[in-house]
Every structure is written in structure tokens, then in C-alpha cells.
Design a protein around this ligand. Structure first.
Ligand code: ATP
Ligand code: MG
Length: 588
């Protein structure tokens, strides 16, 4: 896998071309669908499917979705939408452990939030793979009856040894030639709880000499006494993922089963299994086909549920929706938007080559979308006082600030100017560095939407820190009035009136990891955590930012994009999260 900086690739999607070709085939146009998942008899009694293609997004409900899943969601739901098809949301809950309702709910929420829906007319198309256990059991018996599967009594260790290597064929199990009757009766005993966990296993009978390991008699059913969140204690045998997944696709009449590249070597087994079951009359044609694409790898984050669970459980972050996490719940709280994710996924395209995508491409996508969507507001994040000494005490006046420079139709709002203002500490330099055009002793700047002011000096505390800057304003220079630009200045700074400001908590987020590839080499990925990934500050905001609703996004002028935190904000007391800065400051 390349770890070089990946240039922005032209968005291409090779799966589109495949679908276009398939749609011309007669068996796609005439495939039947009975309105719900089921076997060949069920589907063949249905009507011609109104969905031109069927795709699915099949998460295992064992964690929260992350940004990698967004790629898969846009791909599967997006293709279905574009080609007049339907995308199913299928919870792949065939593994009895680690699955919970909390995860099911959060996954459904995230898919909806990204703008997708699994309904098609009256069908919901939300499915749970565990509802297919009865069929899977029947499919296994049918394989046994056709001589395509056998019960193996070897231990796990024996099986590992007889599996062979890359250069050597495997050895047939001594149990490989059990009779159909014996296999059937042993498999039923497995089901009936007569055998200990791990003692017997059902294997497909394919080819121990195959160059593809996945074809060397793969395990398909194991004994596992575990309570299942959906089926309770009904089963003490559970199907292996590689057996279950193709069957789930076929029962749901999926046409294009899109998965990540690590499943490429499973494809021959996928096809083998479905052909066997179709031959036995259990599954209807056309059978689903599997296509693989490169998973998303993003720099400066980890996209693996296991690692995300560790970050949450060990409390390196505040929870699944911590705005620093690459979970979709976290991204949402951070202020990332569905439109931003859409732009990002379009931009990175879909290919068959693994690579790393720069996190800055994601941030750029969010910036671009927010630049258009977010109204402008004024916030002083690191405030010091500016006093206009020649401005009357107890007076204030209206200044007019455009809500959106690209959208004049959004109008202007009023902000108050008065004698004492808050400005950014960094906008004043007592000893200016070269090229600094903002406030300096004797210097002049424009107070954005207000007057030109001339600095007259500053006050300092005992430690030499500037506490107050003094200035005088030039009354004829108010923005928007005739002749206001008669005095030319190079700098232009933002401000809020101290007596009209609203003080609020603002959280500045930085990257969660300080390395582009956390945990690369033999390192523990936790060692690469950025210790300064969040800073909480008290900022002075224009008064209009007091009454805002959760999840509203704004551009704070000259700073970046900020969102009203949906968890910790209360009415009249919003907390803001920085979504992304205006420019990419990370590399500097
Ligand atoms: P993880 O490795 O994080 O546990 P997973 O693949 O086990 O992820 P699933 O719940 O099985 O997670 O994934 C649901 C779907 O999302 C699968 O089709 C999978 O291929 C896809 N997916 C998961 N991670 C990525 C990724 N990084 N990029 C693209 N698609 C992904
Ligand atoms: Mg998985």
C-alpha cells in the first residue's frame, strides 16, 4: 500500500460501467421479487422487480459507523438511486457476540443523516441476517445431501496443519468421505446440542489442493453456545460469515454485492456456494455477483471499529460522538455535513487500488460546502479590550454586516459599536513584525463594518502582557457612508462591542493523532494520540450568536467554521465546536 501523499484523483467509479452492462441483460430486466427476502420458490412466485438493481449496505451491529462506512454508504445507496434501484440496510448479525440495539439504532441514524432511505414503496428493506438462520441451516443440509459438505472431527490444530501452505497442497481430512447419512446425522446432533463447542465443524467439500486457501474445504457451520440478541438460545450452531453473506445477498435478490478488497479471494467460494444452492433449487437466478473496491484509508485517524471501541472504552475520548472521532456520530457533532461527505466521496472516486487519502481532502470538502452554506458571524476568540478614547461614553450605533458575501439576498444584520470593544489579541503588536498591517502603536486599521481607527498606545499588566489597547476613531470613515474610503489602510480587523457581546465556550479541535499513519510499524496506535487535540476557550461573540439552535453552522469571520454543539448547548447558552479552520493550517 502506498503511503505517499496521494494526489486528488479524478472521481471515477468502475462499478458504474459494470452496472450499465448488466442492465442490458435480459435476466436482470425480468428478475422477480416477491416483496420480501426468500428462497427460489418464494421469489419465483413474485412479480417482475420494480427495482432495476438491488445493492445493500451490510454493517455488523458491533460498533458505530465511521467515515470509511460513509464511502460504502454513498457507493451502495448512491448507485441504487442513480440506476433506479433499491439499497437494503442489512444488519449482519450472524455473529452472536458483541452486537447490541444501541449500535443498530446509531447505524440507522447515520444512514438517514447522510440522506438515504431503504424504503421502496411499501417495503422497508431493513433486514436482519439472523432472520435467515432457518434457511441457512436448510442450505447446509442441502449441501450435505448433494455431497458438497461434511462434518469434520479434526481439532482446530489438526485442521490448521492439514490446510497446507502457499506452496503445498493441503491434506484431505480423514473424515472427508463420511457418508451423506452420517454427515446429516452428525450435523443434526450439532444443532441439537449433542456436541461441545469446537468439537465438530461443518466444512464445504471443494478442493484441498486449490491455490486459493478459501477453497480448501472452508468451514461453514460451527458449534457455539452463545445467546443471540435476536434468536435467543434457539441455536447452538452458527454459520461462518463466508457462508452466511452470499446467502443473505441471494435471499434479498441483491444484484451487485459490493465489498472491500480483502474479500476478493472469497469470490470463488461466493460463486461456488450460490451455484450449488441454485442447482439444488433453493435459490433463484440471476444470482448476486460480488465486486470489490478499495477501502478508504484516511491519514491522521483510525478507521477500524476495534480501535474505535478501544478509544471509547479506555476513555481517550468522551464517547462515540466525541467530535474528534472519525465516527459519523462524532463527525456530525464536529459540524461535518452530509453534503461535505458527498463531495468528498465523489472526489476520491472508487477504485481497486488501495491508497491513503489525505485528511486535508476531507477538510477541504467540508470547507467548500460550508463556505456556501454557512452564514457569517463575528467572534473574538482570544479577546483583549480596545478602547476608542474619542468615542462618547454610553453611546452605541448600528453597523451593518452582510450575512453572506456570496448570497446578498440573505441581507445584512445589525451589530452594535460602542466605546469599548473586544478584538483579537493577535491583531495588536506593540513591536510589529515585518509585514504586520494590523494594530501597532501609531498604526491605523479599519474596524470591519465600522470606522478607521488610529492606535494611540496600550496598557500592560505587571508581567508585561497587553491588557488594553487605546485608539481614536476617524468619524468620517464609517463603512458604507460616502467618502468612507478617503483614508486608506492596509489592515481590517473584526471586533465585538464589549457591552453587547455574548460570552460563550468554544471548543477548538485539532487532529486526534499526531502521525499520518497511527500505529505504523510496531508502534501502539495509542502512542500516536495528539495530546492537544482539544482546547476549550471562552470567546466573545456578537449578540446574535446567543440564540441559535443546535447544529446550526456559521463561519466566524477570519477564523473558520463552527457548529452549535448538539449535546452540551442549552437555550441561550450555546457551546460552539470548531469544524474546520478557514485555511489548512496543519502543515504550517
Ligand atoms: P471495521 O474493519 O471497521 O470493523 P467492517 O468492515 O468490519 O469495519 P462492517 O460493519 O462489516 O465493518 O462494514 C459494513 C460495510 O462497510 C462493509 O460492506 C464494508 O466493506 C464497508 N466498510 C467498512 N470499512 C470501510 C472502509 N474503510 N472503506 C470503505 N468501506 C468500508
Ligand atoms: Mg466486518
Amino acid at each position: 500500500m502506498s503511503s505517499e501523499k496521494t494526489p486528488i484523483q479524478p472521481a471515477s467509479n468502475f462499478i458504474r460501467a459494470i452496472i450499465e452492462k448488466d442492465l442490458a441483460l435480459i435476466n436482470y430486466a425480468t428478475k422477480k421479487w416477491a416483496g420480501s427476502p426468500g428462497d427460489a420458490a418464494h421469489q419465483d412466485a413474485g412479480v417482475v422487480d420494480t427495482a432495476k438493481i438491488r445493492t445493500r449496505f451490510p454493517p455488523e451491529p458491533n460498533g458505530y459507523l465511521h467515515i470509511g462506512h460513509a464511502k460504502s454508504i454513498f457507493l451502495n445507496f448512491g448507485l441504487a438511486r442513480d440506476f433506479g434501484g433499491v439499497c437494503h440496510l442489512r444488519f449482519d448479525d450472524t455473529n452472536p457476540e458483541k452486537e447490541s440495539q444501541e449500535y443498530v439504532d446509531s447505524i440507522a441514524d447515520a444512514v438517514k443523516w447522510l440522506g438515504f432511505d431503504w424504503h421502496n414503496n411499501n417495503e422497508s428493506n431493513l433486514y436482519f441476517a439472523s432472520n435467515y438462520f432457518d434457511f441457512m441451516y436448510r442450505a447446509a443440509e442441502s449441501l450435505i445431501e448433494a455431497g458438497h459438505a461434511y462434518v469434520d472431527s479434526q481439532t482446530a490444530e489438526e485442521m490448521r496443519i492439514t490446510r497446507g501452505t502457499l506452496t503445498e497442497a493441503g491434506k484431505n481430512s480423514p473424515w472427508r468421505d463420511r457418508s451423506v447419512a452420517e454427515n446429516l446425522s452428525l450435523f443434526r446432533e450439532m444443532r441439537d446440542g449433542k456436541h461441545a463447542d469446537g468439537s465438530l465443524i461443518l466444512r464445504a467439500k471443494i478442493d484441498m489442493a486449490s491455490p486459493n486457501f478459501n477453497m480448501r474445504d472452508p468451514a461453514i457451520y460451527r458449534v457455539r453456545r452463545a445467546h443471540h440478541h435476536n434468536t435467543g438460545d434457539k441455536w447452538c450452531i452458527y454459520p461462518m460469515y463466508t457462508f452466511a453473506h452470499p446467502i443473505e445477498d441471494a435471499l434479498e435478490r441483491i444484484t451487485h454485492s459490493i465489498c472491500t478488497l480483502e474479500f476478493e479471494d472469497q469470490r470463488p467460494f461466493y460463486d461456488w456456494l450460490l451455484e450449488c444452492l441454485a442447482e439444488a433449487g433453493l435459490l433463484a437466478h440471476p444470482l448476486p455477483k460480488q465486486y470489490e473496491f478499495a477501502r478508504l484509508n484516511l491519514t491522521y485517524v483510525v478507521l477500524s471499529k476495534r480501535k474505535l471501541i478501544q478509544l471509547v472504552e479506555e476513555k481517550h475520548v468522551s464517547g462515540w460522538d466525541d467530535p474528534r472521532l472519525p465516527t459519523l456520530a462524532g463527525a456530525r457533532r464536529r459540524g461535518y455535513t452530509p453534503a461535505g461527505f458527498k463531495l468528498f466521496t465523489d472526489r476520491i472516486g472508487v477504485s481497486k487500488a488501495d491508497s491513503w487519502i489525505e485528511y486535508s481532502i476531507l477538510e477541504d470538502s467540508m470547507r467548500e460546502v460550508l463556505n456556501v452554506d454557512a452564514e457569517r458571524r463575528i467572534a473574538v476568540l482570544d479577546p483583549i479590550k480596545l478602547v476608542i478614547d474619542n468615542y462618547p461614553d454610553n453611546q452605541s450605533e448600528d453597523c451593518f454586516a452582510p450575512n453572506h458575501p456570496l448570497k446578498p439576498e440573505l441581507g445584512k444584520r445589525t451589530v452594535q459599536l460602542s466605546k469599548a470593544l473586544w478584538i483579537e489579541r493577535e491583531d495588536f503588536m506593540e513591536v510589529p513584525s515585518k509585514g504586520f498591517f494590523r494594530l501597532t502603536p501609531d498604526g491605523m486599521v479599519r474596524l470591519r463594518y465600522g470606522y478607521v481607527v488610529k492606535c494611540t498606545g496600550c496598557e500592560k499588566d505587571a508581567d508585561g502582557n497587553v491588557t488594553v489597547v487605546h485608539c481614536e476613531y476617524l468619524p468620517d470613515t464609517k463603512s458604507g457612508t460616502p467618502g468612507s474610503d478617503s483614508v486608506k489602510v492596509k489592515g481590517n480587523i473584526h471586533w465585538v462591542s464589549a457591552s453587547h457581546a455574548h460570552e460563550a465556550e468554544v471548543r477548538l479541535y485539532d487532529r486526534l493523532f499526531k502521525e499520518a499513519h497511527p500505529g505504523e510499524g510496531d508502534k501502539d496506535f495509542l502512542d500516536d494520540l495528539n495530546p492537544n487535540s482539544v482546547t476549550s476557550i471562552t470567546a466573545q461573540l456578537e449578540l446574535g450568536l446567543k440564540d441559535v439552535s443546535a447544529e446550526e453552522c456559521f463561519q466566524f469571520e477570519r477564523h473558520g467554521y463552527f457548529v452549535v454543539d448538539k449535546k452540551d448547548s442549552v437555550v441561550g447558552k450555546p457551546v460552539f465546536n470548531r469544524t474546520v479552520t478557514l485555511r489548512d493550517a496543519w502543515q504550517k
